[in-house]
Design a protein around this ligand. Structure first.
Ligand SMILES: NC(=O)c1ccc[n+]([C@@H]2O[C@H](COP(=O)([O-])OP(=O)(O)OC[C@H]3O[C@@H](n4cnc5c(N)ncnc54)[C@H](O)[C@@H]3O)[C@@H](O)[C@H]2O)c1
Length: 278
């Protein structure tokens, strides 16, 4: 029996939201497995800068993969269609799509955040914007960039959800040591991430006969300069006793993108330090 293949040489992998905290690391992981990487982000400038950085990083394989930057807004079909044309012009194929782009609420000030993130006050516009990027964006990118995969009868789509797609937020972890609430994790994030999990099952069932596999990744919270009290609150709720590091999703991404997971579709890979285990 030959060992499972994690090799992505000559494959073309697109990562949306590629310039963010996790997107960059997904790109690095896919490139390290040999894939040509399309750095796709709503910020074209950011995508170009990161693509140049990635291209300059060492590569240990035989043939150095290529890196392409594209500006794309996942909520806009024409933008995705233009990106698809540039990608097909450059590589003539698409093998992997990581639907990673998503938004978390941003508030003008901590005071505004504490008030507006309360469910009772949560603005409809923020709810709708989250649905737009986090759910419609995954639907549209899968439709526009996944259809060439379905035509070619091969491919892997990875939808990035969250532990908050599986369980509701425990608002107590956002409490400061003096007992005041810094903010509430709002209603839209778990609602959109839960939707991503079931959209994944829909598409896996729909494109299974065309050999396009569709799976979800649920990362736990990732360390990113949070306040010390928050890190402590988070650690207490996690069997491994800490938040994740941004490069700790790479193994799951390469597994799900490659033939190592050839019989897996409609499934959810949870990489959360055990957050959802108890
Ligand atoms: N960071 C975490 O703790 C964490 C935990 C669980 C799940 N996740 C999920 O992982 C993914 C990446 O998270 P992150 O923390 O790296 O986010 P991030 O905010 O650092 O990056 C998001 C990226 O998406 C891009 N983007 C936003 N709107 C877009 C649009 N309309 N079209 C294209 N690109 C757009 C942004 O420019 C940005 O580069 C998200 O799906 C997020 O929900 C993150």
């Amino acid at each position: 029996m030959s060992p499972p293949s994690f090799d992505l040489s000559s494959k073309v992998a697109i990562v949306t939201g590629a310039v963010g905290l996790l997107g960059k690391q997904h790109c690095r992981a896919l490139r390290s497995a040999g894939a040509h990487v399309v750095v796709a982000d709503v910020s074209l400038e950011g995508a170009r800068a990161f693509a140049a950085e990635l291209d300059g990083e060492p590569f240990s394989g035989l043939e150095k993969p290529r890196v392409l930057a594209v500006g794309v807004d996942v909520t806009k079909k024409p933008s995705l269609e233009a990106a698809r044309e540039s990608i097909l012009d450059a590589f003539a194929r698409i093998d992997v799509l990581v639907n990673n782009a998503a938004i978390n609420d941003m508030f003008e000030s901590p005071q505004a955040g504490a008030e507006l993130s309360k469910f009772e006050n949560y603005p409809l516009e923020l709810w709708q914007r989250s649905l737009d990027v986090n759910v419609t964006g995954v639907f549209l990118a899968s439709q526009v960039l996944g259809t060439p995969m379905a035509k070619a009868k091969r491919g892997s789509i990875i939808n990035v959800a969250s532990t908050y797609g599986l369980v509701g937020p425990d608002q107590s972890i956002y409490k400061r040591p003096d007992g005041t609430q810094s903010f509430y994790k709002s209603a839209s994030y778990p609602a959109t991430k839960g939707a991503v999990l079931n959209f994944t099952r829909f598409l896996a069932a729909y494109w299974g006969h065309l050999n396009v596999r569709v799976n979800s990744l649920c990362p736990g919270g990732i360390e990113n300069h949070q306040d010390a009290y928050f890190l402590e609150n988070y650690a207490k709720k996690t069997p491994l006793g800490r938040m994740g590091k941004s490069d700790e999703m790479g193994g799951a991404i390469v597994f799900m993108a490659s033939d190592a997971s050839s019989y897996m579709t409609g499934s959810t890979v949870v990489v959360d330090g055990g957050w959802t285990a108890w």
